[in-house]
Write a protein that binds this ligand. Structure first.
Ligand code: HEM
Length: 418
């Protein structure tokens, strides 16, 4: 099918985007999407070129233009208006910051997410995983997305931020409501409830940050509350909107992405029994299986950049202000980089060069944590849920309809009960 027959937002394309990616690679690696304010970049080499040049390609609008679906409606309800006024105005940190500010914010969080600190967390991640599997193992059946995939990253990220175990249920409720999907439009009848949850979450974080200024702990709230931000003049503490912006990113970026990876990697194993058998026989393949699963089914399908000046990319002239959608998921299926790219091969030698975590200065700061969670999750899952298989009582699982995040809505499995 020619590339012009596809629409990036079409439900069928979102469910199975791979024929579209193939057409993009063949016909138009830099593709101005007809009727849409975006130009799609799909090859491995060109996405690398863009993400390594933050001066030409700005990250100020990382989740895309407001006129794509998902924009916020103007409130008429007085309570809603009051909440929006109280709500801290979003500021550009980390994901949406450009040089020189990006590096300043990034240096504050780098140490907390560095591989050395994260590797020290293995015991406690395993404890969380085991606790979840203790509940699942005796049942003989489960919806792995709901009962495992979604819960693990939520518990880990809440702990990293510094939300106490006792507060977790309340935090989860507010966080789920307040965040939703990053590009999913909140239904009309949920707007007020969502806004209330959002403002409660902000008040909660501002209060906890104040606690940590008085009494620091080993968590992100303490790191952020006591950090000194480099500026052109004197270093200064982070203000509340900056702290809230960074915490919001840890929740969205840290939770849904990892949850989606667990579901999709499990599904890949279950639908490729030869590969499952190899991993079950040799657990040392798990880290490479995780890389290969992130390549095959990339949880962040794509993010956006905006050109800061007239430029040329892959021979295509781009005017200043052009919005680019970088399809990491398509780059990960680029045959120039990955031979036989549609094949799930847990021993693929260059699986680790996948672009699921992007590259360049915005390279995912949580990648070491995500890799740890995924490795431990599969080490325990394969051990504790023997003879894991799809539950034939359910139809094939469907993927999320977000154009940014890809994951499974459900994954019903059977296994031999403990
Ligand atoms: C499998 C799981 C994950 C995937 C696929 C993923 C993917 C990504 C991608 C693609 C970016 C790049 C953005 C860009 O180039 O604009 C990113 C950035 C980021 N990720 Fe992750 N992520 C994952 C897990 C996590 C976790 C566990 C955290 C923990 C807090 C996290 C926090 C962040 C943050 C804060 C950024 C912004 C970094 C910056 O702009 O400097 N991510 N992630």
């Amino acid at each position: 099918m020619p590339v012009s027959d596809f629409n990036v937002l079409d439900p069928a394309t979102l469910e199975d985007p791979y024929p579209f990616y193939k057409a993009l690679h063949a016909e138009a690696p830099v593709y101005p999407a007809p009727g849409m304010p975006i130009t799609i970049v799909s090859t491995y080499a060109l996405i690398q070129e863009v993400v390594h040049d933050p001066h030409t390609y700005s990250s100020k609008m990382p989740t895309g233009p407001a006129d794509l679906p998902g924009g916020r409606t103007t409130p008429t309800d007085p309570e809603l208006r009051a909440i929006y006024e109280e709500q801290s105005r979003p500021v550009d940190t980390l994901l949406s910051a450009d040089p020189p500010w990006h590096a300043r914010y990034r240096s504050i969080v780098n140490k907390a997410f560095a591989a050395r600190r994260v590797n020290g967390m293995e015991g406690y991640v395993r404890e969380i995983v085991s606790g979840l599997l203790d509940d699942i193992a005796p049942q003989g059946k489960a919806n792995l997305v709901e009962e495992f995939g979604n819960r693990l990253p939520m518990a880990v990220i809440a702990d990293q931020i510094g939300v106490g175990r006792a507060e977790l249920t309340d935090f989860k409720r507010r966080s789920d409501l307040a965040i939703g999907g990053i590009d999913t439009k909140v239904p009309e009848d949920k707007v007020l409830e969502t806004a209330r949850a959002g403002i409660e979450l902000q008040r909660y974080f501002v209060a906890r940050a104040e606690d940590r200024r008085k009494e620091p702990k080993d968590d992100m709230l303490s790191v952020l509350a006591n950090a000194k931000l480099e500026t052109e003049g004197e270093p200064r503490p982070l203000n509340d909107p900056e702290i809230l912006s960074m915490l919001q990113q840890f929740q969205v970026a840290g939770k849904e992405t990892t949850a989606h990876s667990i579901g999709m990697a499990t599904y890949l194993l279950l639908t490729n029994p030869d590969q499952m058998a190899r991993v079950v026989a040799d657990r040392s393949l798990i880290p490479n299986m995780v890389e290969e699963a992130l390549r095959m089914e990339t949880p962040v399908r794509g993010l956006f950049r905006t050109t800061t000046k007239d430029t040329v990319l892959g021979g295509v002239a781009l005017a200043k202000g052009t919005t680019l959608m970088l399809l990491f998921a398509a780059a990960n299926r680029d045959e120039e980089q990955f031979i036989d790219a549609a094949r799930f091969d847990v021993t693929r030698e260059n699986a680790k060069s996948q672009l699921a975590f992007s590259a360049g200065p915005h390279y995912c700061v949580g990648s070491a944590l995500a890799r740890l969670e995924l490795r431990v999750a599969f080490e325990e899952l394969l051990e504790r849920l023997p003879n894991l298989r799809l539950d034939p009582a359910y139809p094939a699982p469907k993927h999320t309809q977000s154009y940014i995040l890809r994951g499974l809505n459900d994954l019903h499995v059977l296994f031999d009960p403990a």
